[in-house]
Structures are given as structure tokens and as C-alpha cells.
Design a binder for this molecule. Structure first.
Ligand SMILES: Cc1ncc(COP(=O)(O)O)c(C=O)c1O
Length: 423
């Protein structure tokens, strides 16, 4: 029987240990993970075993599955930036759609799984982001995975930002194209790579995010699209964290920066600002026709009519009340200014994703635990979501967070972080 003696302080340490010691066997890996979870459960439980009693909002009961402990917390982990998941118009329209369209679709798009709701989403999102057409997928993850693994060929090169989301990285892994990363948001490094490889491949695809999910920083899209004057490449931008919340009507960050026409493929999830699930890739008509032959589109059931109705109702809300976007950004400024005045390190972040950099994993774990005890729930971000030597608390600001909730959170963070000599 295989046994372990190690005393790991975080799941990141376990994963790094497994990697560094080349431990690949399924049973050995499972024992390491189970041992860590069992030890955590002797204490306060681990993050994977927490869930919400009544779903997402800004103040909800968090339950520990292992101990049954329940705690009311201000939540900073929800990506519904505009809080439309609790909007009464959205809920009412969705209930009506459920009666009219039923529950599931029963099959994938090519075998007639789509309804008029799905088709309307494709038309509306394409128009919003300024493209001819859009292809709808059941999740954002499979929109990236399906598109990136399918569009480039074995004669092509994918140059991707090093901090790209796992759905992009896994799409690249599945693709037949060669790939290399460029340094995060570093235009000079990207240009160096374009210069070096331009002649060696049939096509180059540059893949990046407009707002980064773990760091909240924005892509230098104008400088990157300017590179198209000197080099030939397709540009693929993931707008998961900017669609719906940048641009006066939520058209996204490419639109806000005035570069939509220079971006060949605009992707977004529909699980964040539009409070549902799903994802899309918007582009020229001919590329969308091609993408409809990808495995992820062909062999996956469509999102349910209720999910689709939520998306349409959220798009209606954003169109009818675009001032909620402005309000979100003014709260973002308020919270950032407050945190900076308390000397917190927010990295290069700008979007409503606010990371508090704490590299010491032990301190990070303690801070998250003590915040939880004070009724503030935030996610500790460690490897593999970020590099091995990095760590942070990620606060995702929602429209419904009140000034009081922001003030309470910052005050608790300040007190706890001072106690542990982080600020
Ligand atoms: C940048 C980015 N792209 C894609 C996805 C996948 O989207 P979804 O979770 O809606 O499948 C995420 C999810 O967090 C993301 O942050």
C-alpha cells in the first residue's frame, strides 16, 4: 500500500509536489489529494467543499459540505458583474420561456436542437460585438476549446498570451497547430515572435483575453491590432470578462477601444455579465460556417431554452438600462481607490476583478480563513490558476454590492492583513 508523510499547507503545494516528483500514477495522485482533503476536513474544511444554500448573490449563506457549518457572507466570488441573476424582469421572462419552450433541447445544434431563442442570441451578440455572425456553444469553455482546436491547421502557429484561461490552453493542446506563448500583455515580445515566425507558417493566430480573469488587467488592444499593419495574422480575443460591461451598451472592450473591425474572432462566455451559461464565437460568415463543423458544436447538446431566455432577458436589461454599466465602473473606482489608500497591492488590475496580491501561501490561507470568520467570502487564487510562486485573493465586484459591503470588506481586510504584516 502506498503511503505519504508530507504535511502540505495548500492544494497548490500538493500539485507542485506531484509535478516535481513526476508522480503520475492515478492511485498515487488520488491518495495525495485525498490525504490533503482529509486533513483539511479535520480543520475548517477545504474550498472545494463549500457551497451556497440559495444560489449566488452578494450576501448569501455559505455551507461547508463536510461539517455542515453555515455562515452568512458577503460574496466576492460571483462573475455576474451586473447582478442580473436576481433581476425580476429576467426571472419573469425566463419562467414564461420555460412554459413555452420546455426544459431541455434534447440534441445538438446540427440535429435541430436550437430554438428561435438560440437563433436570436446568435444574431444579437453578433450585432453587439460588430461581426457578421456568431456561433453559439453550450459553455464558454467549449466555445474556446472547440474553436481554437478546430480553426488553425497543422501548418499554422498559435501565439498566445502566457496568462490565457485554461479553456484556451486546452484548445491549443488539442489543436494540430504549433504554439508558443508571449509574455503577458507584452507587445514587444509578441512582435518579436511575429517577426521571427511570420515566414515559417501558413497562418499565424494570435490569441489573448481583453480582460484577464485572474489579474483583472486589460489587454493593450490598440497596440496589438496596430501590429497588423506590419504582420499578417488572425487575432482571436476572449471577451469573457468584458462583454456586457465595457462599451456604453456592453459591446465589449474591443468595441470600447475602437478595434472590433481589426479583431477576426471575438469570443465571450454568457455565464458572466449575462448571468446564464453558454459562449459564442463571432466572426465573418464564412468562418462561422466552418466552425459549425467543429466537434464541440456538432456533438454537444444545446444550452437549455431557460438558459437561452436568461441571456436574451439580460441583453434586454443592458440595452434598456445601460447606466448599470456606468454604476459598476464607478463602484469599481470607489473600491480600488479605497484599497490603494490602505496600501494594498492590486497589481496592474483595472477591471471589476480586483486581486489583492499575497504571495506567501500560508498567509493567504490564514487571511481567507479569517475573512470567512468575519462573514467575507473570497477565493484564494494559487497554482495552477496562477504561477507557482504567485498568490492572491480575488474580489469580483458586482453591481449589487453596496457601499456598506465594500467598506466592511475593506475594513476587515485591512485589519487582518495588518495583523499578519501583509500591509
Ligand atoms: C477568460 C475565460 N474564458 C473562458 C471561460 C469559460 O467560460 P464558462 O465558465 O462560461 O464556460 C472563462 C471562465 O471562467 C474565462 O474566465
Amino acid at each position: 500500500m502506498f503511503t505519504i508523510n508530507s504535511n502540505f499547507k495548500s492544494i497548490a503545494e500538493v500539485l507542485v509536489y506531484l509535478k516535481n516528483n513526476n508522480i503520475t500514477n492515478i492511485n498515487e495522485r488520488a491518495i495525495f489529494i485525498q490525504d490533503f482533503i482529509d486533513k483539511e476536513n479535520l480543520g475548517d474544511g477545504n474550498a472545494h467543499e463549500l457551497y451556497l444554500e440559495n444560489g449566488s448573490s452578494t450576501l448569501m449563506n455559505v455551507i461547508n459540505e463536510h461539517s455542515g457549518m453555515k455562515k452568512e457572507c458577503i460574496l466576492w466570488c460571483v462573475n455576474h458583474y451586473l447582478s442580473l441573476n436576481r433581476n425580476i424582469n429576467v426571472i419573469e421572462k425566463t419562467c414564461k420561456a420555460l412554459y413555452q419552450f420546455g426544459t431541455g433541447c434534447g440534441t445538438s445544434a446540427p440535429s435541430c436542437g436550437m430554438s428561435s431563442l438560440h437563433k436570436e442570441i446568435e444574431k444579437r451578440v453578433a450585432k453587439l460585438v460588430g461581426k457578421e455572425e456568431a456561433v453559439l456553444f453550450p459553455t464558454g469553455f467549449t466555445a474556446n476549446l472547440g474553436s481554437i482546436s478546430f480553426l488553425p491547421s497543422h501548418l499554422d502557429l498559435i501565439i498566445f498570451d502566457r496568462d490565457c484561461h485554461s479553456s484556451i490552453l486546452n484548445g491549443i493542446r488539442l489543436s494540430k497547430a504549433k504554439s508558443i506563448p508571449f509574455k503577458h500583455n507584452n507587445v514587444a515580445d509578441l512582435e518579436k515572435k511575429l517577426q521571427r515566425y511570420e515566414k515559417s507558417f501558413e497562418n499565424i493566430f494570435v490569441v489573448l483575453e481583453s480582460a484577464y480573469s485572474m489579474s483583472g488587467d486589460l489587454s493593450p488592444l490598440i497596440e496589438i491590432t496596430d501590429l497588423k499593419k506590419s504582420y499578417s495574422f488572425y487575432l482571436y480575443v476572449d471577451e469573457a470578462h468584458s462583454f456586457g460591461i465595457y462599451g456604453e451598451k456592453g459591446q465589449g472592450y474591443c468595441y470600447e477601444q475602437g478595434v472590433s473591425d481589426k479583431v477576426d474572432f471575438i469570443m465571450s462566455t454568457l455565464s458572466k455579465a449575462t448571468s446564464s451559461v453558454g459562449g459564442f464565437l463571432a466572426s465573418e460568415h464564412k468562418y462561422c460556417s466552418l466552425l459549425r463543423w467543429s466537434d464541440a458544436y456538432t456533438f454537444q447538446a444545446c444550452l437549455t431554452p431557460a438558459d437561452a431566455a436568461v441571456i436574451l432577458a439580460c441583453l434586454d436589461e443592458i440595452e434598456d438600462n445601460p447606466e448599470i454599466i456606468k454604476e459598476l465602473h464607478s463602484k469599481n473606482k470607489y473600491m480600488r481607490d479605497l484599497l490603494v489608500s490602505k496600501k494594498f497591492n492590486l497589481g496592474q488590475s483595472q477591471s471589476p476583478i480586483i486581486p489583492i496580491m499575497i504571495e506567501d501561501h500560508n498567509k493567504l490561507r490564514i487571511v481567507v480563513k479569517e475573512l470567512f470568520q468575519e462573514g467575507v467570502y473570497s477565493t484564494p487564487i494559487v497554482y495552477p490558476a496562477v504561477k507557482i510562486n504567485e498568490g492572491r485573493i480575488r474580489l469580483i465586484l458586482n453591481y449589487a454590492h453596496t457601499k456598506e459591503q465594500i467598506d466592511y470588506t475593506v475594513e476587515a481586510l485591512e485589519r487582518i492583513c495588518k495583523k499578519h504584516h501583509i500591509i
